[in-house]
Design a protein around this ligand. Structure first.
Ligand code: SF4
Ligand code: SF4
Length: 218
């Protein structure tokens, strides 16, 4: 079923579709589901390139692709339910009505944690997912399900941030602490999300995002 779903999602704009084992997580995280589908849509290299050259905040494509990833997840959950299985799309509208904690600005199972479990990338000093292919230029959503899916088993990646501090140095709000992530590191030791200005500079200027831009000739 994942193959059929993956083809459909990719024809609708997804760049990444991965089946992920979440069965070993705590019940408050996986809510009784054993699998997740991670869906990612890449930001265009030309958009990232323009943001890296301009100083004005243009979130249009970012917000558009975040919303598109949500819509794909909701569509995928409907698709799975029509096949007779349970599925829950972790779209923003679903989470706000259920599992998002506005006080801690957290959800029980963030998409990036699912991406880390899939071996897709690591949590950067920016607290964003960083991948070798797209850097942090990936808008994500996820679906939790009990459908029998082929699971991708890849080891959890160690961070490739090393001594880089580009995101920390460029952050105008000075909320990135410069700590290298490892499994179990509390979010608040990495970044002060309460004072983040959502300016996207850490996403745009991450050296891995810039590598993604350069591989497209920009
Ligand atoms: S989005 Fe902007 S303010 Fe927030 S952590 Fe990144 S660089 Fe800092
Ligand atoms: S800019 Fe450097 S330190 Fe920050 S997330 Fe990217 S690789 Fe890691």
């Amino acid at each position: 079923m994942l193959n059929e779903l993956s083809l459909e999602l990719k024809s609708r704009g997804a760049n990444v579709v991965i089946g992920v084992d979440i069965s070993t997580l705590q019940a408050k995280e996986n809510r009784g589901y054993y699998a997740a589908i991670l869906i990612g849509i890449a930001l265009k290299p030309s958009y990232i390139y323009r943001l890296s050259k301009e100083n004005n905040l243009d979130c249009f494509e970012f917000l558009q692709k975040e919303a598109a990833a949500d819509k794909l997840a909701e569509w995928a959950a409907d698709f799975i339910r029509l096949k007779g299985y349970k599925a829950y799309a972790q779209s923003e509208s679903n989470l706000i009505n259920g599992f998002y904690d506005a006080v801690t600005k957290a959800t029980p199972l963030p998409h990036k944690k699912i991406a880390v479990l899939a071996g897709l990338g690591w949590i950067g000093k920016s607290n964003l997912l960083v991948t070798q292919e797209y850097g942090s230029a990936l808008c994500m959503c996820s679906v939790l399900t009990n459908a029998p899916l082929p699971i991708q088993y890849r080891p959890i990646m160690r961070p490739f941030c090393g001594k880089c501090n580009v995101c920390k140095d460029i952050c105008p709000a000075k909320v990135i602490h410069g700590m290298n992530w490892e499994e179990g590191t509390p979010r608040d030791l990495i970044v002060d999300v309460y004072h983040c200005e959502t300016c996207l500079k850490c996403l745009v200027h991450c050296v891995w995002t810039q590598k993604y831009v350069k591989t497209h000739g920009l």
